[in-house]
Every structure is written in structure tokens, then in C-alpha cells.
Write a new protein. Structure first.
Length: 358
């Protein structure tokens, strides 16, 4: 099993933005030092809690302070961007990272982002597909371009200059394109199947119950079969909310504190999903009424915490429940206590991972 990191941190409203950005960057730099193989970061433009507004810009800030870790967008919410902008910016980012870039994509899930970009009432899944198809076309064809779509038309036919190349979208360092990953946030995600058909790799979100995470492997196998390629567990990334401390008592005190960062993360997520009528991700039975889902239940079911030995036992149990997977993505949260947060990552890499792979 490899170790990676996924950052969709919920920072307390009012916390200095400079501080949260500095702490989030420090977490990725530490992950690189500890041998994490990859790290992905989300983006939202209109959420004061999830305040990384550009995953690509954040990743670019880490290009020259990290050495080995692959860094990715987790995700670029494609309907909110012009495909030509995405193609050109991320081609440059792949070069900045010397080919260490992972291209995470999604239709976007935050309603206020969709509204501010004018696509709240539009078919965002269709926009997502058109956008990624156009991005890949720009990366795999030569100018002049003439791409016609329902939402975007992209052309340099009138202005292309062959002698100088003006009118050319740059191509990424990794050819034909960087690895593409998609995050699945729903049980039995059909998106995973369609992604697997195209050779893209899945991430199972950290806020899904294990029973639904297990369903993702079934859908991935289905897609790989349609794409005539083997389904390799090494390509499956599973994100989990994990906190490791020197002993069980310290871990429990921090991870379950109602004023702590883990409780804050799930309380914020719980309230956002409840307003949207989307608490189904927290239900073991889809027929359960929303009123039967409590935040304490969610915390108990989704937060793994303890000493290195206890966390290793829980992760072994997770593997037995969902099956083998290639990369455990450590869910990054706000660093309310910098020392405990850093030590959790150190213990996971140096004490827990060797046990899992022993």
C-alpha cells in the first residue's frame, strides 16, 4: 500500500487566510519529506471554510519546495473554467512539476460556485464531459483548432501563424496527458465506471461509509471490462479520515473533541449535505430517514483514530471489508494543534504503514 494525502480542509471561519494557506502548504511539504507518493487538493471559489480557490495555483506554489511527491488537482471543477484555459494552465503546471502532475477532474459539487459562474441551471455533467474532451483534444492535436461544442467553441483558425506557432495551446510534459483521476462521492458511482472505460483512475471519498466504498471497486471492474483492460487494485485510491497519536487516549481526545478540527470538518460537511438533502452518503441503508442520521454516528463510523497499533488494526479491518487498494489518501484537516497534526502524519508514515505492508 502506498500513502498519499487528500486536502479538502474545513478551516474555521475567521481564521487568518495566510495562516491556513501556510499550514496547508506545510502539510504537503511534510508529506513529501515522509515519502507520501502523492497529494491532491480541492478547490472552491465561494466557501470561506474550504478556502483554496485554485487547486492548480496551490500546487504550483509547491513545485520547487517538494522533490518526489506527485501533486494533483483534487479537483478542477471543469464547468467553472474555459477548456482552453484549463489546457494551457495545466500544461505549464506539468512542466513546472517536471512531470509530477496528477489531473483530478469533476463537474463540481458546490452550488454557490455553480451559481457564481453562471452554470447553476445548466447540465453540469454534460459541461464536464465536453470540457474534458476538448482539453484532451487540445493536448493531442495540432493547431489551428476548430472545436465545436454545445457550451464552448474553440478556434485559432483565423489567427494561427505557422511560422511562429502563435495560436498554439501548449502540451503537457507527460504525453499524451497526465494521469487523470476522478473522485467518487456516491454509492455505486456510475462515474467510476465511465472513467475506467477511458483509462482514468478512481478516488473513493473519505466521507463515504465503507459499504459504499466497496461498491466503487465493483463499478471500476465493470468499466475496465468495457475498456478491455485489467482492473488493477493498485490504481484505486481510498481516502480516509485518520488521526494517529502516541496513545489511544491522546488520539481520542483530539479526534473526538467537539471543538476540535475533526468534529469541525464533519459538522460542517454534515450541515452542508443536510441542507441539500444529500445525507445518503452517511446512511448504511438508503431507506433510513434523514432524522436517524446523527453527527456522532458519522464521527464514529468515519474517523479512524488511535495509537499506531490501533490505527493499523482499523486499517487492516477496512481492507478486509472493502478489499485491496493501492493508495491510502490521508484526509488533511485544519491544524488546530500543529504539533499533534504533524506527529499524526509522521506516525502514519513511520509506524503504521510499515505494519500494513509487513
Amino acid at each position: 500500500m502506498n500513502l498519499g494525502m487528500f486536502a479538502m480542509p474545513m478551516h474555521p471561519i475567521g481564521k487568518d487566510w495566510r495562516v491556513t494557506l501556510r499550514e496547508d502548504r506545510e502539510a504537503f511539504i511534510l508529506a513529501d519529506e515522509l515519502g507520501f507518493v502523492e497529494g491532491l487538493v480541492g478547490e472552491h471559489n465561494t466557501d470561506p471554510e474550504e478556502n483554496i480557490t485554485s487547486s492548480a495555483m496551490f500546487v504550483a506554489s509547491l513545485a520547487h519546495v517538494t522533490k518526489r511527491i506527485r501533486l494533483g488537482t483534487g479537483t478542477v471543477n471543469l464547468p467553472n473554467h474555459h477548456p482552453a484555459e484549463v489546457a494551457s494552465h495545466l500544461a505549464m503546471l506539468d512542466h513546472l512539476l517536471d512531470g509530477r502532475f496528477l489531473f483530478g477532474i469533476s463537474p463540481g459539487a458546490l452550488p454557490s460556485d455553480a451559481e457564481v459562474f453562471g452554470n447553476f441551471d445548466l447540465p453540469r455533467p454534460a459541461m464536464f464531459l465536453e470540457s474534458i474532451n476538448q482539453v484532451l483534444a487540445l493536448w493531442t492535436t495540432d493547431p489551428p483548432y476548430n472545436l465545436k461544442g454545445q457550451f464552448w467553441n474553440i478556434s485559432t483558425e483565423r489567427t494561427y501563424i505557422p511560422e511562429t506557432g502563435m495560436g498554439t495551446i501548449p502540451k503537457p510534459l507527460q504525453r499524451p496527458h497526465p494521469p487523470i483521476v476522478v473522485t467518487a462521492v456516491a454509492p455505486f458511482s456510475q462515474g467510476i465506471t465511465e472513467a475506467a472505460v477511458r483509462g482514468w483512475e478512481p478516488i473513493s471519498a473519505n466521507f463515504l461509509l465503507p459499504v459504499w466504498v466497496k461498491s466503487h471497486w465493483t463499478k471500476y471492474v465493470e468499466g475496465c471490462a468495457r475498456g478491455n483492460r485489467p482492473a488493477d487494485p493498485a490504481n484505486w485510491r481510498v481516502a480516509k479520515t485518520v488521526f494517529v497519536a502516541k496513545d489511544d487516549a491522546t488520539a481520542a481526545a483530539y479526534a473526538t473533541d467537539t471543538n476540535g478540527p475533526y468534529y469541525y470538518y464533519y459538522r460542517s460537511l454534515f450541515n452542508k449535505l443536510k441542507r441539500r438533502g444529500a445525507l445518503g452518503v452517511f446512511k448504511s441503508d438508503p431507506k433510513m430517514p434523514d432524522e436517524s442520521v446523527t453527527l456522532d454516528q458519522v464521527m464514529h463510523q468515519l474517523v479512524i483514530h488511535g495509537s499506531p497499533a490501533r490505527v493499523a488494526d482499523q486499517l487492516f479491518a477496512l481492507k478486509q471489508q472493502i478489499g485491496e487498494f493501492g493508495t491510502l489518501l490521508y484526509g488533511h484537516v485544519d491544524w488546530a494543534d500543529r504539533a499533534l497534526a504533524r506527529n499524526s502524519m509522521v506516525l502514519l508514515a513511520e509506524k503504521v504503514l510499515p505494519v500494513l505492508n509487513g
